[in-house]
Design a protein. Structure first.
Length: 149
């Protein structure tokens, strides 16, 4: 296994998605637009066909992005639920009541905090209104999340 997860290496890259599908879909849009502009002068009047290719290339890209975003949103909801359960187990009743002011983004950032530092980090997050990135940078004992989509 690779090095322990931390702030600098916690981003998960999906090579098939990030380095093949997205570039190919973007290339498809660029090629369709190029054909529309480059062949505009042709006498066969294929403007509508080439225009349709541009529209469909954009649609394919949007479909792929939406298909990717739905499981990521479900993942965020599961993380929110997991963190709420963890907060119930680790926080005092008073701190738990105030933790309901945490945003989904803040809860997602807190998932990397160890159980020992979570109560103090929750208090700091609420007091200073830390962003997800600031929360992640403040974590001392990183709790890895290796099951992300």
């Amino acid at each position: 296994m690779s090095d322990a997860q931390n702030y600098k290496n916690h981003v998960r890259w999906d090579p098939a998605w990030h380095f093949f599908m997205v570039p190919m879909l973007m290339l498809n849009i660029a090629f369709a637009a190029y054909k529309l502009v480059h062949d505009w002068h042709l006498p066969a009047n294929h403007h509508f066909l080439f225009g349709w290719w541009v529209v469909m290339a954009i649609v394919f890209f949007m479909v792929a992005v939406k298909i990717r975003m739905y499981p990521m949103k479900v993942q965020d909801r599961v993380i929110r639920l997991e963190e709420r359960l963890r907060l119930q187990a680790l926080l005092s009743a008073e701190d738990l009541a105030s933790s309901h002011a945490l945003t989904e983004s803040q809860l997602i950032g807190l998932r990397f905090a160890s159980d020992a530092e979570l109560p103090a980090l929750v208090a700091r997050t609420l007091k200073e209104k830390l962003t997800q990135d600031q929360i992640k940078q403040a974590i001392v004992n990183w709790r890895p999340d290796n099951f992300r989509v």
